[in-house]
Design a binder for this molecule. Structure first.
Ligand SMILES: N[C@@H](CCC(=O)N[C@@H](CS)C(=O)NCC(=O)O)C(=O)O
Length: 219
């Protein structure tokens, strides 16, 4: 892959979604360069001409000419375009669709519920207990689904670690980092905990998380 030009990733030091993309780039050994954005510049031109949603991540790939936003779409693009050896993805039926299913669950279930849980617990100016409770329940429900799907399995799809597994890591760690009682509340989900440890032991993931931690420690 040495002939590839670096993929440009617009990213954020602490938010979970761009780091999900970094994990895939690292796993696939793709060259990339990062442009770190702050909260206000993502809402303004020129960034909004790349991503009208005013959020990160966005990528620009000079090798194909694409500009793409939404982390799930970026993950799919990267594996479709560059994972020719199917290190993290699948050609075979039904695994190919099961991996898409879990990515869809991550994007629509994990990301929004965990995000709202953190928002109502820490950032909303009023303390609305019913909203906190609702999103905590939904967060734990997502984990219970993962735990069930992982019964008797090391990974979600096809007996190997794929983008489907990796896509969940960022938000799991985000929730653990923000919510101190999270570890206690998720202790009962033993398949889920073992799976997360397995994923965190991967060199590309450990490398990514070390860099993210170092970056946030200097703030
Ligand atoms: N659905 C989007 C969510 C992106 C998102 O919310 N990104 C956060 C960082 S993790 C962000 O840009 N926040 C800035 C803001 O909301 O203004 C994706 O998966 O890419």
């Amino acid at each position: 892959m040495s002939e590839l030009k670096p993929i440009v990733l617009y990213q954020h030091a602490s938010g979970p979604n761009p780091w999900k993309v970094v994990m895939i780039l690292e796993e696939l050994g793709l060259p990339y360069e990062e442009i770190f954005m702050d909260q206000s510049s993502v809402k303004q031109s020129p960034y909004t001409s790349l991503n009208p949603n005013g959020r990160v991540p966005t990528i620009q790939d000079p090798n194909t000419g694409i500009t793409l936003w939404e982390s799930g779409a970026i993950v799919e693009y990267l594996v479709d375009t560059y994972d020719k050896e199917k290190k993290l993805s699948f050609d075979a039926f039904p695994e190919k669709y099961h991996a898409k299913q879990f990515l869809a669950f991550q994007i629509s279930g994990q990301g929004p519920y965990y995000g709202q849980y953190a928002f109502f617990k820490f950032y909303h100016p009023e303390k609305i207990e019913s909203a906190i409770q609702r999103y905590e329940e939904q967060t734990l429900r997502v984990i219970s689904v993962l735990d069930k799907c992982l019964e008797g399995k090391d990974y979600l799809v096809g007996g190997k670690c794929s983008y489907a597994d990796i896509s969940f890591i960022s938000w799991e760690l985000g929730a653990q980092g923000m919510i101190t009682e999270f570890g206690e509340k998720t202790k009962q989900f033993t398949n889920y905990s073992a799976w997360l440890h397995r994923l965190l032991a991967r060199p590309a993931i450990a490398r990514t998380l070390e860099r993210k931690a170092a970056m946030n420690a200097h703030k």
